[in-house]
Design a protein around this ligand. Structure first.
Ligand code: DGJ
Length: 715
């Protein structure tokens, strides 16, 4: 059933928030190539959302869409559901009534920026609603800017980035939750009358329990290729909240933004509060298309060096944990070279003078090398990497501190902790107070100091293992409720300074696995670490989950010893579907497996442009059975790569062909299995794109934990 989401005069309640609009004063249309979002200014001066849905073919038809639900509902007026904005005024009046002032539409490189300005005529509060429409990638980014235009300070209690209204026969919400090592497990539920809130209150490592994105099936549950679905995400590296509320008429309101929990703040006269971007795409053809649009948008408009190359690497974390010394690392740098990867990445455990970081109990905060482990410092390692012709990367966790550290002894005032209660530690550590500019300088100084001393450092893995516990800031005395937001803003100040001074420095965003995965942080990071769980079976699910919103280019995927019962080929093939790396003792895996890994690095390098920059098609879901398949196709449809995995097939199970997607039906493709475990070559077979998409290929088998990789070359 086609979902009509226009709001017609007379169909709506007679109260102002959902009021009929007798005469259309003005209509504002935000459009991508696929989506239309229409606002109407009522004759009462208030702003209504009249439509969100498929872009209409004839622009003149938008004039038929009038009325609707108030676009950005404010507290204290006639609506009885959750507001987007709540301002408390100095005279004790907690209400705001917004009316239209003006709007502008400015053409941009990517499409257009629309700004709708609203104001409260009594108090002078001003709200600007921003809509950046990325035409080609069908993405809209929206946020609000709230200004205290009155004479006295005000307190903002709720300050949503966005409010959107839907009117469909049914709503199905999919969220992606979990915890350490079980990230992004999807859960779908039908939304009925009332509220469903997805939020976090962790402060830092803020996505540890749930990711800041969702899928909303309109009319039917979101499926891969069918149905109308909105995929949305908040670009905020702290507490977020999505509130879904179905009202008494079956309308759905979606409010997205910073979690207002313990975040009331004062706006001085003239001060503006800018909320984070809510980024969404609306697809008429299921989540597959929505994901591909978001991936393309992210590469071209968001991620640091989004269109650039990515380095393969050897990381030492799981190979050594904290037990290494200079000689061991020099030998690992040699192994990285032998493996053929681009970089060696030194993980945790290299720093701390008074309290050497030989476990996670101490040393965090003291960023000088442990003399016993690294007598010649990091310089000896960058020198060795340069000698071997590879790059050197370094792990840091600069926002955190172990109580057993010189930093803590010197600067307890820099730590988020309650002054008169027992401290509570998460992974034996505490979070530094990034709202404090002195702490921001210190954190920036860690990166800057290392880069100044060792300019050959080519990469940082930036970790963040603790949520905020014992929330209290010495710096925010008298304004404790501002800390959650100011802390994240402090982080952005630091990252902005790093990006400005080191614009070409790639960095991996890590947070005890995937505790930080959002599109604001990714302005400053080239990639993220999805999970410490690198069991290849689990990774098939985890990578599937993140791929809903993030391209393979930003998902680091390492071959490790987690589930080393599974063949090395299976582990490598899973990692090849992301930004591949290794975190394993190469000489423990045997000569044959090592040779296979070396060949795989070469194969991966040849396929990298398609896997990292092509269109991703999720063909068979691991959630639907014992097999899974994914393909990547170049934009010109001439080249593709197909990955097929058998997880735990049943005895005598009937196997189905995998039908490819996104090919040119008229083109002939040479299909070849590559990257075989025994090094043999597959037979090249030719098929039309039509055949591959209609009949498909028998790429699954009955063998447990087996995998195959095929290339498709258009002729
Ligand atoms: C958590 C990360 O997710 C791991 O990859 C590793 O870097 C450890 N921290 C180091 O302490």
């Amino acid at each position: 059933m086609d979902v009509l989401r226009c709001f017609v005069v007379g169909c709506v309640a007679a109260v102002a928030a959902t009021g009929a609009v007798a005469a259309v004063k003005r209509q504002i249309v935000v459009q991508t190539d696929e989506t239309g979002l229409v606002f109407t200014v009522g004759d009462n001066g208030r702003l209504y959302q009249s439509y969100i849905g498929k872009r209409l073919a004839n622009a003149a038809d938008y004039a038929n869409l009038t009325g609707g639900t108030e676009a950005y509902i404010t507290h204290g007026m006639e609506d009885y559901f959750e507001p987007a904005l709540h301002i408390n005024h100095a005279d004790d009046n907690p209400s705001t009534l917004l009316t239209y002032v003006n709007h502008s539409v400015t053409p941009t490189d990517w499409g257009s920026r629309t700004v709708i300005s609203l104001t409260d005529s009594i108090y002078g509060d001003k709200v600007d609603l921003y809509f950046d429409a990325y035409e080609k990638t069908n993405v809209i980014s929206t946020w609000s800017e709230i200004t205290n235009g009155g004479k006295s300070p005000v307190e903002i209690e709720k300050f949503a980035s966005s409010m959107l209204h839907f009117d469909a026969p049914a709503y199905y919400l999919t969220e992606f939750s979990g915890e350490w090592a079980t990230e992004v497990r999807p859960g779908t539920q039908e939304l009925k009358f009332g509220k469903k809130i997805i939020d976090t209150k962790l402060g830092s490592r803020a996505n540890m329990q749930v990711s800041p994105f969702f899928e909303l099936g309109l009319g039917s549950p979101a499926s891969e290729d069918h149905g109308e679905v909105l995929v949305g995400t908040l670009a905020w590296t702290g507490n977020f909240q999505f509130c879904f509320e179905v009202d008494q008429k079956g309308g759905l309101r979606v409010i997205s933004g910073i979690n207002p929990y313990f975040s009331r703040r004062t706006l001085k006269k003239g001060e503006t509060f800018k909320t984070p971007e809510f980024i969404f795409t609306l697809s008429e053809n299921g989540v597959g298309e929505a994901s591909r649009d978001l991936h393309e948008w992210a590469r071209h408009h968001r991620v640091k060096d989004g269109t650039g190359d990515r380095m393969t690497l050897l990381n030492n974390w799981e190979a050594t944990y904290f037990s290494f010394d200079q000689d061991k690392l020099i030998s690992l740098i040699g192994e990285a070279k032998e493996l053929g990867v681009d970089m060696f990445l030194l993980d945790d455990g290299w720093f701390g003078t008074k309290y050497p970081r030989n476990s996670d109990h101490q040393g965090l905060g003291d960023w000088t090398e442990i003399k016993e482990k690294l007598p010649d410092g990091i310089g000896r390692l960058t020198e060795e990497a340069a000698k071997q012709g590879i790059k050197f990367g370094l792990w840091i966790e600069p926002e955190m501190v172990n109580p057993k550290s010189e930093l803590y002894e010197k600067h307890k005032d820099w730590v988020i902790t309650l002054p008169n209660r027992d401290e509570y530690y998460f992974r034996n550590q505490l979070v530094l107070d990034l709202s404090n500019p002195a702490v921001q300088d210190y954190v920036f100084g860690i990166v800057d100091g290392l880069m100044t001393k060792y300019p050959d450092i080519a990469f940082f893995k930036w970790d963040c293992n603790s949520p905020i516990t014992n929330i209290y800031s010495q710096y925010e005395k008298g304004h404790q409720t501002q800390l959650y937001v100011d802390h994240v803003r402090g982080l952005y100040n630091i990252l902005e300074r790093i990006k400005e001074k080191y614009p070409d420095l790639p960095m991996m965003l890590c947070s005890g696995g995937g505790g930080r995965t959002d599109y604001e942080a990714l302005k400053y990071f080239t990639e993220f670490w999805p999970s410490d769980n690198t069991d290849p079976i689990e990774r098939l699910y985890i990578q599937w989950g993140y791929s809903q919103v993030f391209p393979s280019k930003v998902q680091c995927a390492h071959v490790t010893t987690w589930n080393n019962q599974s063949p090395i080929k299976f582990r490598v093939n899973v990692a090849m579907m992301g930004k591949m790396g290794f975190d394993i003792n190469l000489h423990d895996i045997g000569e044959k497996d090592l040779e296979y890994c070396k060949q795989s690095v070469k194969d991966y390098n040849a396929l990298k442009p398609i896997i990292l920059d092509g269109d991703q098609y999720r063909l068979v879901s691991p959630y639907e059975g014992n097999h899974t398949a994914t393909s990547y196709v170049s934009h010109d449809k001439r080249n593709g790569v197909l990955f097929a995995f058998d997880i735990y097939p049943r005895y005598g199970e009937k196997l189905h062909n995998v039908k490819l997607k996104g090919l040119d039906p008229a083109m002939t493709y040479a299909v070849e299995e590559i990257n075989r475990a025994d090094g043999s070559k597959g037979q090249v077979k030719r098929y039309s794109g039509d055949y591959l998409m209609t009949v498909g290929l028998p790429v699954f088998s009955g063998r447990k934990l087996s995998s195959r990789v095929y290339t498709l070359k258009g002729e």
